[in-house]
Design a protein. Sequence first.
Length: 165
Amino acid sequence: MHHAKLVAGEVAGTYHVTAPVTETDILQMARALARRRLAKGRKITQPVQAFDYLQTLMQDYEHEVFGALFLDCQHRIIRFEELFRGTIDAASVYPREVVKTALAHNAAAVILVHNHPSGNPESSDADRRITQRLKEALGLMEIRVIDHIVVGSEGSSSFAERGYL
């Protein structure tokens, strides 16, 4: 971590805070850690592993953001990318752009993610419709949609867990 107030501890995954920190510092550190956990080459064996990190990165946006975690055939992360930003209630999501980006990264699978600025992570009918369209479009290119995660300050919900995929 490139943070002067945070020093790695002797036990992996532990840190010492070396100076007083503000809430903003803590949130920045959490986001930096989440980005590291979603870095290239890390293997996602269970989508649940990714939920917390994605939630940390996306829960505080004031507008809706739609992104994707692109994975290789062994479900290692190629890249996390925020693809669309929208108004507070809806992001315009273009399947063509998602497919283009997935192909550019040579992805074999994707985990879709977007936030609900309202805080409530329940998926809407529109969310389910766009997921279906993306699944069909990506499927034509033999790219699997493993999950679609909706994050809000109140938690996250998984399409795969709910049987929507």
